[in-house]
Design a protein around this ligand. Structure first.
Ligand SMILES: Cc1ncc(COP(=O)(O)O)c(C=O)c1O
Length: 417
């Protein structure tokens, strides 16, 4: 038997003093308490009591227009999508209770992977239980110790966490800065494994990446390229394949990561690729192997939704119209926006500080409008943002109503004159 290890020597004052692992959260607790003490509602605990459509819910007992759901294509209430989910629930039960590599691959998982291959015109697709896990799994598995991951400083948390999991050298570069990316690529030791990770649309400001230039440079330096198209799938590009398609570089991208939790209208994540050895990922990718697969109803809704998104050019046109109108009208009212021009279905309104942001968020909710309040560390450059995500199901009248709500709430809180 091995001898028990004695605890390190402690001073008399330390004896019996319990360490509280929660103390690291004290600054966050103080910030939250301070905000709530000022009388505003908690912007991070809103409850949707009923959801009526992709654009309307009942919150705090009143009808509220939804402008912060990332439900870009409004597929959550599509009758064919709902019917497919109900049918799968009846025929396959409520859950798989297993990993994809054991008892958790049903015919529906295969069918949704086939739908993804068709949607992206790629050879291979792998479905994860969330988009977060897709980034964690793919990045964390392919980029290991001794490899290099170059990534935009504004990358999503799941991309950063994937880098941590794989233990590769992480080399961040300034947001959307082509020169900065190239400079860092140049410095990577000869022969080292290199992965460049980019996003099509950056969700905080709603701006798009210059993928045409960045992907070309990354390839010229011999790097593999992964593009997260979470916020562009279904909407951007002639076939809704995303920014890489729109900028004509999809065939140079090694891995596209996406999610079912935005345009597809359910939950789940995926990676599509033409890499000839991609299939091995199913055995070596821990966030794929060591978790239960998506329920049959979810994969059935996702497959139906993806197939419908292939024929949704009218909806895409309408959504672009909504985005242009809202961007122009908010700008005209005097709000500072995250982008000079509308680049995606996300329009971010920059708030002077967290207090004003929270007050504006509440004033909009009182008007009957829900948007997302975002603050550091999720936001770039310490900004507080009111993020608006438009939906193809928002009518022109709803967009007009939203503009009026912003006008009144902005005047009330002193954010605009
Ligand atoms: C860029 C990006 N990647 C990945 C994800 C994770 O997606 P999911 O909600 O499916 O976990 C998100 C979600 O917000 C995202 O914005």
């Amino acid at each position: 038997m091995t001898k028990p290890v004695s605890p390190p020597d402690r001073t008399e004052a330390q004896q019996g003093e319990a360490s509280d692992l929660f103390s690291k959260f004290d600054p966050m607790i103080e910030l939250r308490e301070g905000l709530l003490a000022s009388g505003v509602k908690d912007p991070f605990s809103l409850v949707m009591e009923r959801v009526i459509s992709p654009t309307v819910a009942i919150c705090n007992g009143r009808e509220t227009i939804l402008l912060g759901t990332y439900n870009y294509m409004g597929m959550t209430f599509d009758p064919d999508v709902i019917a497919a989910g109900k049918d799968a629930l009846d025929r396959f039960g409520s859950g798989t209770t297993g990993s994809r590599v054991l008892n958790g691959t049903y015919i529906g998982h295969r069918q949704v992977e086939e739908a993804l291959c068709e949607f992206y015109a790629m050879n291979q697709a792998m479905v994860f239980s969330t988009g977060y896990q897709a980034n964690l799994g793919i990045i964390g598995t392919i980029a290991g110790k001794g490899d290099y991951v170059l990534l935009d400083i504004d990358s999503h948390a799941s991309i950063w966490d994937g880098c941590k999991m794989g233990d590769a050298e992480v080399v961040p570069f300034k947001h959307n800065d082509i020169e900065a990316m190239e400079k860092r690529l140049r410095r990577i030791p000869e022969g080292a494994g290199k992965l460049v990770v980019l996003e099509g649309v950056y969700s905080m400001l709603g701006d798009i990446a210059p993928l045409k230039e960045m992907v070309g440079i990354a390839k010229a330096y011999g790097a593999m390229v992964l593009v997260d198209e979470a916020h562009s799938m279904g909407f951007i590009g002639p076939n809704g394949r995303g920014v890489a398609e729109d900028q004509g570089v999809l065939d140079q991208v090694d891995f596209i990561i996406g999610t079912f939790s935005k345009s597809v209208g359910t939950v789940g994540g995926f990676c599509v690729s033409n890499h000839p050895k991609f299939e091995i990922m199913r055995l070596v990718c821990r966030p794929y192997v060591f978790t239960a697969s998506l329920p049959p109803s979810v994969v059935a809704t996702a497959a139906t939704s993806i197939r419908k998104l292939m024929q949704s050019s009218d909806k895409r046109d309408h959504l672009w119209g909504n985005s242009r109108t809202l961007h122009a009208r908010l700008k005209l009212l005097g709000f500072q926006l995250g982008t000079e021009n509308p680049q995606s279905a996300i329009i971010s309104v920059v708030m002077p500080d967290l207090e004003h942001g929270a007050a504006m968020w509440e004033a909009l909710l009182d008007e009957g409008l829900y948007v997302n309040l975002a603050r550091p560390p999720a936001t770039p450059a310490g900004m507080t943002l009111l993020r608006c995500s438009l939906c193809a199901e928002h009518s022109a009248e709803q967009v007009e109503t939203i503009v009026g709500m912003f006008h009144r709430a902005g005047s009330k809180t002193g954010i605009i004159e």
